[in-house]
Design a protein around this ligand. Structure first.
Ligand code: GLY
Length: 362
């Protein structure tokens, strides 16, 4: 088992990277969690991993594994709203969950974001554990404490920063993930290489076949790198007042594409389109050359990811971008590449240039 620490003082926590769930109970004990446990999972993931996870949690004194309550939410982004959170609160009240209890998010980004938000707000905060089972969640959303829900068509509009007590990653859970979801998660993995580490980007590009054949060593290595890159950024800027914004690479266009698609496109697919758009914008601004932009886009394609939002209305994407959180003081901010492995945040005010890029990616 590999262990990485996210150093955030009293809110700091370990990330465990393993090939099974053994050690989950000990991780609870090490974190001092001895109260009631509730698993929050979704209708896809629960049937595969709830029992194994509950069995391990029972080792932490949470009682018989079979008796650990499970709250199962419908799988998919459509569940990520305040109605689902209300249902979770109701269940927590009926289960007499108190402030010594822990909510265990078992699943992908949606389960983690909703369970985290419920944990942050129920009784002003109960313990929270992340057990991410999708690549997107293992690479990105389970680390760093962003929790929340979508609101009236707007992605992640309501939420809170709330760090987990620990993150426990079993890389073998990726085996039951639909290929499209695995590809979607790869967008965030590739993003980490593109923003911070060109060698890691090259490693991903040369090991795509091993990722798709679930090579444990490769999966553990990329997970370790993801956690190290993301953890390091979060340590420097927990609440996104500066540096952390670079993790939004590809998201200015990506979030808008996701909303305009009516959440039919997966998050990572939209981020991939957004990354391609960011390279094209950087190309127009003279920040990167064509060879570099092609290399980034080529790897996204090789990973099976879209780099175009075909058929989408570019004006709708533009209008949606104007309402996103990346709009500050009337200016639209982008994270733009300077190379492979280095990005900067900048405001782009040339509407024609942005619309020109959008025309190239639809
Ligand atoms: N997914 C971007 C962040 O956690 O900041």
């Amino acid at each position: 088992m590999v262990k990485i620490n996210v150093n955030l003082g009293e809110r700091g926590y370990p990330i465990y990277i393993s090939t099974d769930f053994s050690g989950l109970g000990k991780a609870c004990a090490d974190a001092g969690l001895h109260g009631k446990m509730v698993i929050v999972t979704d209708s896809n993931v629960g049937k595969y991993y709830c029992d194994a996870c509950a069995e391990e949690l029972s080792c932490a004194g949470a009682g018989d594994g079979a008796a650990i309550p499970r709250i199962v939410i419908p799988a998919g982004e459509e569940s990520k709203n305040l109605n689902t959170v209300r249902e979770i609160y109701r269940r927590l009240i009926s289960l007499k969950i108190d402030r010594k209890s822990s909510l265990v998010a078992l699943g992908g980004g949606v389960s983690g974001d909703i369970a985290g938000f419920a944990a942050a707000t129920y009784m002003r905060g109960v313990n929270f554990i992340q057990v991410p089972t999708s690549l997107l969640a293992q690479a990105d959303s389970s680390i760093g404490g962003k929790t929340g829900v979508d609101f009236e068509g707007r992605k992640n509009m309501i939420g809170a920063f709330y760090q987990p007590k620990f993150v426990f990653i079993n890389v073998n859970t990726l085996r039951t993930l639909p290929v499209r979801e695995l590809q979607s998660g790869l967008a965030e993995v590739i993003k980490h290489g593109l923003i911070r580490d060109g060698d890691f980007f090259d490693y991903i590009a040369s090991n795509l076949d091993k990722i798709f054949s679930f090579d444990e060593n490769v999966l553990q290595y990329i997970t370790k790198m993801n956690c190290a890159i993301k953890g390091n950024i979060v340590e420097q800027d927990e609440k996104e007042s500066g540096l952390r914004a670079i993790l939004n690479f590809g998201h200015t266009i990506g979030h808008a594409v996701e909303s305009v698609s009516g959440f039919k496109m997966l998050h990572g697919e939209c981020v991939s389109v957004g990354i391609a758009g960011a390279y094209r914008l950087a190309l127009k601004l003279g920040m990167v050359d064509e060879k570099t932009a092609d290399k980034a886009e080529g790897t996204l394609r090789q990973a099976g990811l879209p780099v175009r939002a075909q058929g989408m209305d570019r004006n709708k994407i533009y209008e949606t971008m104007l309402y996103d959180k990346k709009m500050k003081e009337g200016r639209l901010y982008f994270i733009l590449p300077k190379n492979i492995g280095e990005v900067v945040q900048c405001a782009v005010e040339d509407e024609d240039m942005i619309k020109g890029v959008l025309s190239e990616i639809v």
